[in-house]
Design a binder for this molecule. Structure first.
Ligand SMILES: NC(=O)c1ccc[n+]([C@@H]2O[C@H](COP(=O)([O-])OP(=O)(O)OC[C@H]3O[C@@H](n4cnc5c(N)ncnc54)[C@H](OP(=O)(O)O)[C@@H]3O)[C@@H](O)[C@H]2O)c1
Length: 244
């Protein structure tokens, strides 16, 4: 972007969060990204945007009017990646969502706004999926994937299963044959693709890995901090090179 900015990482334990935010407070800092386990902890230190409040997790902060503002760019990042890379919309499609953690809440928030035909939730611990489900949404058993698949449906895998160093694990087995037009998305980006996504591709599904979401959530955060949106291509190249 031709700007004299730099980005550095720090390990911050939950009990250190208050003092680190106090140290960094002020207009010289453009913004902060946060990851687990700080995404919920940080609510008590900032005023959340409506999007962050609806998702229940914060992944970026900026200093405004003498205080921290907290936002969530994960859901928008996933949706931008879906639309940019696959060039289709979610409208009218059945969407199956695996997982019930923070990343799932961000994706679900965005899926709900895209007028899907139906949303079905699966989670290893079904009570957590039931706690997320809205009235029109169904929670089914963790192993019911095969019976819920239908032509042109979208399956979004938001659990951490398959992530390095457990790259040989899959969250759920695909059936021997997939209906036509299935789109399989995995939020995990290391490795890219995951074993689960490769298996879907072998059975004829279109696939979306987690790299685009990672790049697009960062682009949304940079735009929120600076008012300038970076281009995706150089960020995607840098990410792919760092994952090699
Ligand atoms: N691409 C991106 O930009 C991006 C952004 C955010 C997150 N992510 C990725 O998304 C994944 C989830 O992150 P999160 O923040 O949502 O984590 P989280 O809040 O800890 O949720 C973890 C989810 O994974 C499930 N899970 C964990 N181990 C499992 C297993 N062995 N079998 C079945 N389910 C299992 C959990 O199920 P239970 O409820 O049963 O425990 C829960 O639904 C991570 O891999 C993260 O790297 C990617």
């Amino acid at each position: 972007m031709g700007q004299p900015w730099h980005f550095e990482k720090r390990e911050v334990k939950p009990e250190q969060l208050a003092s680190v935010l106090q140290e960094l407070a002020g207009p010289d800092l453009l913004g902060i990204n946060l990851t687990l386990p700080l995404k919920e902890e940080v609510f008590s230190h900032c005023s959340p945007t409506p999007e962050a409040r609806a998702i229940g997790a914060i992944n970026c902060l900026r200093w405004r009017d003498q205080g921290w503002e907290g936002h969530n760019s994960d859901g928008q990042g996933w949706l931008d990646s879906f639309q940019e890379e696959l060039k289709v919309t979610l409208e009218g499609r059945k969407v199956l969502v695996l997982g019930a953690g923070g990343a799932c809440r961000a994706v679900l928030h965005k899926v709900r706004g895209q007028r899907p035909a139906e949303i079905v939730l699966f989670n290893r611990t079904p009570e957590r999926a039931r706690a997320l489900a809205q009235e029109s949404e169904r929670v089914v058993g963790w192993t019911d994937l095969a019976s819920e698949l239908e032509p042109d449906c979208v399956v979004v895998q938001t659990t951490s299963v398959g992530m390095w160093p457990n790259q040989h694990e899959v969250p759920l087995a695909w059936p021997a044959r997939l209906p036509s037009g299935v789109i399989a998305c995995d939020l995990v980006y290391n490795p890219s693709p995951t074993l689960w996504l490769s298996q879907a591709a072998e059975k004829g599904a279109r696939t979306l890995d987690g790299c685009g979401m990672l790049v697009h959530q960062a682009m949304c955060a940079i735009e929120w901090w600076t008012g300038h949106k970076p281009e995706s291509a150089p960020m995607m190249r840098a990410l792919k090179n760092s994952l090699r």
